[in-house]
Design a protein around this ligand. Sequence first.
Ligand code: ADP
Length: 424
Amino acid sequence: MRVSGGLSWVLTGCAVLVALMAFGRVASPLREWMAWLALVGVGIALFLAYQEQKRLRQARQQQQELQERLERLEQAMAQQRQGLRVLLDGLPVPLMLCERDATLRYANHTALEWFGFRSVQGKSLLALTLCYDLYSFFREGVRQEAQFTRSITLSFPQTRHVLASMWPVLDEEGTEWFAVVLLDQSELVRVEQVRRDFVANVSHEFRTPLASIRSLAETILEDPHMPSETRNRFLTTIVQEVERMTRIAEDLLVLSHAESLPPQREPVDLVPLIQQVVQQLQSEAQRHHIQIETELPDQLILPAQRDQMVQVLLNLLTNAIRYNKPNGRVWVRAFRKSLSAPSERSEVVLIEVQDTGIGIMSEHLPRIFERFYRVDKARSRETGGTGLGLSIVKHIVEAHGGRVEVESEYRVGSTFRVILPAST
Ligand code: ADP
């Protein structure tokens, strides 16, 4: 401004001098001076014009640089925002941003997936989640203006036990939002429920025989003249109940041991193992007039924990004898198989225990691997069952990366199939 002001003054001065000379109103020596003065003025004007041009160029350059820097900054910010969005969308927990009145401004990918929506434009938290408890939790959190957490059960589109957490956030423009995250705790709640049921079942399993032992012992004590035959019968029942409790305690120990440590796998040949278990149960099978047959290759090596494999075979074979009919049969087969399904390991080892026993009605099949589940309580009790045999089998097999399947026809027989990976 200063330069352009100076330049205009100089130019005006020059113009006045030239005008005076042109109109001849000044004396000739003075005209000469004025001509010089005008010349010098033009020189100064040219210099000032050059300076101004230079400053202008510099200012334009600075402006351009500033513009470029601003663009780079905006680009970086856009990249950051995009990165943040990718990060939030990739979070495996639902995260939502709401206005004070619970209108949703953003929901990450997991949140949309959970509630089956494609976008949240203009929806409220209540419309998205259909959960009034979550909505009132949000209202309460807005009132508190601080981090706020509560356990909530969602029922849409499926039941989920979540720990909801929310806190206020301010954006760059100073607008207040509320972030809400939901942590799925359904599995924790389920495991806790299983644990509670298990404790209740265990105490129930012990309470019944303990009550019976107590009443039998008291009866014996109260009647010193009890006929020896009755006393012997009572004492035998007491011994049987104690044996049953011991078996339950042993099975519980096996289960807890299998649960607490991952299997220590080593190459194990299943063939001698199966032969050893069959041999061990031969006398019990003979007592029930049951014939055991094996169909085995020369050798069948797989990575497994030896004593746990013995346990699996013992439990399945004991059941096949226990729940068989007189003069029934049991087949034990083991072989290697290639699976073609892409989701399965290509090579597996199959162990099949088939019997001609009482079979299992289809409505019981999904539950027989549960702890303490028995189809026929009386028969299980009579034959010394604990209700834990199949849950031990399932646990061991799954810990080895395999699975157990069962096929059964009521009154015809059952086939239990253990499928284990042939290599680690
Ligand atoms: P249990 O100690 O009672 O045998 P398990 O866990 O081994 O407990 O088996 C659970 C229930 O499954 C048994 O009580 C029985 O009703 C049924 N079951 C298991 N194996 C057989 C089988 N081979 N044939 C028929 N029923 C069976």
